[in-house]
Design a protein around this ligand. Structure first.
Ligand code: 5GP
Length: 196
């Protein structure tokens, strides 16, 4: 009898690298992976839906989630707080479902401490000039915020060594194919299969 364990995939990388785009594309082409919806104190953007994109909460509710041990990890990412609800992740893994987290590097390092068996994928920009171009073109950030994100990115790149895989996002479709291949390979890995 062959059974497979649920695998936790952590897709992470610097701000503006395209994690959100790769995640969206991945979910469109893979229906057998569950996305963990994060809680955040950030205000919703016009196209965002509560409980689909994020659980939008205020600072008091976020603090209560921390105090009640409801979050697997949490971090302040620039001016807002973000966290992964613990119950959803553990429940789905226990059922044998694969779960995807799309989180920042501080959060990924906390998950690494608590669940080292998870698979960590670092999505990196081709270079800082390209990252600057992407941050400018998405039009969400001031020049000051872009400068801060670029400086942070340089420091964040030092964390690559804690990850299992590095995917350089030169082209979204290529990055997507690489992430899909990593997921498929891990599903075949005997580390994740129970033969008995
Ligand atoms: P945005 O506000 O643009 O949706 O996300 C900003 C940053 O927060 C992104 O780098 C995203 O990966 C990160 N993020 C989203 N959810 C979580 C989470 O639950 N935990 C952590 N640590 N980071 C998150």
């Amino acid at each position: 009898m062959i059974k497979r364990k649920g695998i936790l995939f952590v897709l992470s990388g610097p701000s503006g690298v395209g994690k959100g785009t790769v995640k969206e594309a991945l979910l469109k082409t893979m229906d057998d992976i569950c996305l963990s919806v994060s809680a955040t104190t950030r205000k919703p953007r016009s196209n965002e839906v509560h409980s689909k994109d994020y659980f939008f909460v205020d600072l008091k509710e976020f603090q209560e989630m921390i105090d009640n041990n409801k979050l697997l990890e949490w971090a302040q990412v620039y001016s807002n707080w973000y966290g992964t609800p613990r119950h959803f992740v553990l429940e789905h893994l226990q059922k044998g479902c694969d779960v995807l987290l799309e989180i920042d590097i501080q959060g990924a390092m906390q998950v690494k401490n608590k669940m080292p068996e998870a698979i960590f994928i670092f999505l990196a920009p081709p270079d800082l000039n390209e990252l600057a171009r992407r941050l400018c073109s998405r039009g969400e950030d001031s020049q000051e915020s872009i400068d801060l994100r670029l400086a942070t990115c340089e420091a964040e790149m030092a964390h690559i060594k804690y990850y299992d895989y590095l995917v350089v996002n030169n082209d979204v479709n290529e990055a997507l194919e690489k992430v899909r291949s990593i997921i498929q390979a891990e599903r075949c890995s005997l580390n994740n299969i129970i033969v008995g």
